[in-house]
Ligand binder design. Structure first.
Ligand SMILES: Cc1ncc(C[n+]2csc(CCOP(=O)(O)OP(=O)(O)O)c2C)c(N)n1
Ligand SMILES: [Mg+2]
Length: 340
């Protein structure tokens, strides 16, 4: 799709996508050293989160799920404090009590991160109601997976949002394509009777769009129009952003299935080996974006390497910050517990 973004916006999106990719790659390594428990990576979906935030304003609210790192980083959350949180350390955003699954940064506008499938969607209807009452023109964006459409609360939340014309962007990230089916012994994201997820909100009179979630320009066009409609008081919009699941997210525990990303593979396919080469060429949103932007002359290869190097340094520092942070004092175990 034609790119309606200006140069600064495209570069900001590139940096966000690189930051997310390098953060998530680092986490796979970090987990081997620290074994911090079950976690989920946003690799393969970066183009959606990195682009959606471009259409928001600082006072908008956000909610997300267990696959949250990309959304937080896209919104400007500090990667060092994120690592600290994931490792359960005191400098974490939630003083080490949330970990990866409940990582939340209130200052960046995140109300909560829910580990419950569909949980964030119910909360988004409440946030939308509060924002409508406040009448200051802010909106709420909720990111959730295709699996959420299996949950009753999601139907109820969408129904209320539609009836009450709430300012909510339902951002469904459908990564089911490429997941291993239950018949093959895998854990697919969802098994839904509707032939298309975006048909479900349509039945509730919610304006509903389908977009290639790995195409930055397409996501930007659809989301900008959606946000503008919602902000004008026309009620919620549902966007289904589909992507081809990253092979490393097929097993229950993430695996470094495609190797550490080489940005040069956007123009030199000979760098790619291994069984998932085709995923990188055809579906990797970062590689696709770099390939398109190089063709349009947004940046030179040297500028790209330079940006990537700076981001890799930032991630190395973030890791060191998190690892140097202390574990919470056992005496503080009941802090924040309201009933014991
Ligand atoms: C209410 C609830 N039921 C079941 C689970 C277990 N569970 C965790 S992730 C998941 C699949 C979610 O798929 P999807 O929403 O598409 O997200 P994805 O992980 O594919 O991004 C399930 C069933 C849960 N966390 N919460
Ligand atoms: Mg899914």
């Amino acid at each position: 799709m034609t790119n309606s973004l200006n140069i600064e916006q495209n570069l900001a999106i590139l940096d966000r996508m690189l930051l997310i990719r390098r953060f998530e790659e680092m986490l796979i390594d970090l987990d081997q050293d620290h074994d911090f428990g079950h976690y989920h990576l946003y690799i393969g979906e970066e183009a959606t989160g990195a682009t959606v935030v471009e259409s928001l304003i600082p006072t908008d609210l956000l909610l997300t799920t267990w696959r949250n790192h990309g959304h937080l980083l896209a919104r400007g959350t500090n990667p060092g404090r994120m690592v600290a949180e994931i490792l359960g350390r005191v400098d974490g955003y939630n003083k080490g009590r949330g970990g990866t699954l409940h990582l939340t940064d209130r200052e960046a506008g995140f109300l909560s991160t829910s580990g419950l499938v569909g949980g964030a969607v119910g909360l988004a209807a409440g946030a939308g109601f509060a924002l409508k009452q406040a009448g200051e023109g802010n909106i709420c964006v909720v990111f959730f997976g295709d699996g959420s459409l299996e949950e009753g609360v999601v139907f109820e939340a969408m129904n209320l949002a539609s009836l009450w014309s709430l300012p909510v962007l339902f951002m469904c990230e459908n990564n089911n394509s490429g997941a291993i089916s239950a018949q093959e012994g895998g854990f697919p994201s969802s098994e839904i009777a509707a032939s298309q997820i975006s048909d479900i909100p349509k039945s509730l009179n919610i304006n509903s769009k389908l977009v290639d979630g790995a195409d930055v320009a397409a996501v930007h066009t659809v989301v900008t129009e959606a946000v503008s409609n919602i902000r004008s008081g026309n009620g919620p919009v549902f966007v289904e952003a589909y992507s081809e699941r990253w092979p490393g997210s097929r097993p229950l525990w993430p695996e470094q299935a495609t190797g550490v990303t080489q940005v040069a593979s956007a123009w030199d396919e000979s760098l790619l080996t291994g069984e998932h080469k085709e995923w990188i060429i055809e579906f990797d949103p970062l590689i696709r974006f770099i390939r398109n932007q190089l063709a349009e002359g947004l940046f030179s290869k040297d500028e790209l390497f330079d940006r990537d190097r700076k981001i890799q340094t930032q991630i190395t520092e973030a890791r060191a910050f998190g690892e140097a942070s202390a574990l919470p004092d056992p005496q503080s175990a009941l802090d924040g517990v309201f009933a014991a």
